[in-house]
Design a protein around this ligand. Structure first.
Ligand code: ZN
Ligand code: CU
Length: 486
């Protein structure tokens, strides 16, 4: 009888496709899944008893800002503890490469804490990720905002010139050739809000040629969301790229209930082009502190402030009362800062999450002093709270939205399924107890019920702590395309 490196025995397999749970042993050799057979039949050097547990593909967090967290914090505990084995980085228009300026600057500091993590081209950045030997994989988008700062300097309140667009386009082209998986834009943000639709199209043109995806933090997620959706669809159509709309939400009390408009709008467009979206399972969002967002939120929590100490985790209303001024004035006084905004309708969040076009992404921000709980809680919350406790969708479907569907939409070859020949990215969890424990008050807290997480055949998380695995890698689009055809 063949002996394997690892055998996960007697588990219930949720294979990622949505197929009903089935009992099986799963065997790993090297970095691959090599056998799936009747319970109790496979033998390995390392046997894990998964009786009563679910064996799923490792989860794919399709919306992250973990670009340099993979380098600075290679155990990636905030993600590995949730069962995540691949993070898609570079979302919302901000990526760590390509970037030739000498300083990190304010915008880039959202995802970069160390100057040495700046990289002039994508290949050298990917090299830094590989050299850090992270516990989990990264796949990387190139940020349109990063390209803008790189090519336009501080003069961003205008459309790029033809020469600047050409430079950005060439940098994107080179990055895609070097293995980046696509481009993200964040037209909502000041660094990119003056970019025209035509500018984004001009820059994003290489996506069509390389088969890269286009992800969009849209220009508007509130009153003008339908118009912003049309702009996004137009960009994808004109460059010939598949679209992923980031963290789909209807933001602000006056827009509560508008999933009734946006979801059919998606469905109409989906008939003509490939479109999907990601969702995080919370009614609060988080980004930089912006005074124009204060009116829309029921409550605002400060996540960090570079100006005033002791602000992290506090309610802006209280800070304003203490300062004896308006919330807007208080916000101005503590800038630059980050915030959590309670600004979504629970019914909308559930409608988005359970839509056929939806996959799960955390949008966690790894370096926040008091992060949004989604950083540590997204995946167990979908499994435990939304699937098991609320019955929003069956467990098999919850797993599918975190694995095979995500891998297909981002073209991550041979990942996202428990299948022979696929990479050994696996998560063993207890379906009866799995739950997030991170809260808005205490956001840094690992999930309960996730026992074993394996990435490329190595333990990323085991028995409540990092498992010592260092087998994560920078996934290369070119290599994945070749593998897909093989
Ligand atoms: Zn975003
Ligand atoms: Cu984001």
């Amino acid at each position: 009888m063949a002996t394997y490196d690892i055998v996960i025995r007697n588990g219930q397999v949720a294979d990622g496709t949505g197929r009903k749970l089935f009992a099986a042993d799963v065997a790993v050799k090297g970095d691959r899944i090599v056998a799936i057979d009747a319970p109790g039949t496979l033998r390995g050097d390392n046997e894990i008893d998964a009786t009563g547990k679910v064996v799923a593909p490792g989860f794919i967090d399709v919306h992250t800002h973990d670009d340099t967290a993979l380098i600075d914090n290679p155990t990636m505990a905030m993600k590995a503890s949730q069962g995540v084995t691949t993070v898609v980085c570079g979302n919302c228009g901000v990526s760590a490469a390509p970037y030739v300026r000498p300083d990190v600057g304010h915008w880039m500091s959202l995802i970069i804490k160390k100057k040495e993590n700046l990289s002039k081209d994508f290949a050298s950045f990917a090299g830094k990720v590989d050299a850090a030997k992270p516990a989990i994989n990264g796949a990387f988008l190139i940020g349109h905002g990063t390209l803008r700062i790189n090519s336009m300097g501080d003069d961003l309140n205008r459309v790029a010139t033809a020469g600047e667009m050409k430079q950005m386009r060439e940098l994107l082209d080179q990055s895609l050739e070097q293995g980046a998986i696509g481009m993200s834009s964040g037209l909502f943000y000041a660094v990119s809000s003056h970019a025209s639709t035509d500018e984004v199209v001009e820059v994003a043109t290489p996506l069509g040629r390389w088969g890269g995806v286009y992800t969009a933090h849209m220009r508007d997620e509130g009153d003008h969301i339908l118009k912003a959706m049309d702009e996004t669809f137009e960009i994808g159509r004109r460059v010939g790229a598949e679209i992923i709309v980031s963290h789909h939400k209807c933001s602000g009390r006056s827009n509560f209930g508008r999933m009734k408009e946006t979801l059919p709008h998606f469905e109409e467009a989906m008939k003509k082009q490939q479109i999907a979206f990601d969702v995080y399972p919370y009614v609060a969002g988080s980004t930089i502190l912006r005074s124009d967002m204060l009116d829309r939120a029921d409550k605002v929590l400060i996540t960090w402030s570079d100006k005033v100490e002791g602000m992290s985790g506090r309610d802006l209303r209280e800070i304003a009362d203490e300062m004896g001024c308006s919330m807007k004035e208080a916000a101005d006084r503590i800038q630059p800062a980050g915030a959590i905004y309670f600004m979504m309708d629970e019914k909308d969040v559930q409608a988005a999450m359970s839509h056929p076009g939806a996959m799960i992404g955390s949008d966690g921000i790894p370096f926040d002093a008091h992060p949004h709980p989604r950083l540590w809680g997204t995946f167990p919350r979908v499994l435990g709270h939304y699937s098991r406790d609320l019955g929003l969708f069956p467990l098999e479907d919850a797993v599918r939205r975190m694995t095979s569907y995500s891998a297909q939409r981002f073209h991550l070859a041979k990942r996202g399924e428990v299948r022979t020949g696929f990479y050994a990215d696996l998560c063993v969890f207890d379906p009866a107890t799995v739950i997030d424990t991170a809260t808005f008050e205490k956001p840094i807290s690992p999930a309960r019920g996730i026992d074993t997480v394996i990435c490329n055949g190595a333990f990323a998380w085991r028995d409540g702590k990092p498992g010592g695995g260092q087998a994560g890698r920078a996934l290369n689009r070119q290599a994945m395309q070749a593998e897909d055809k093989a």
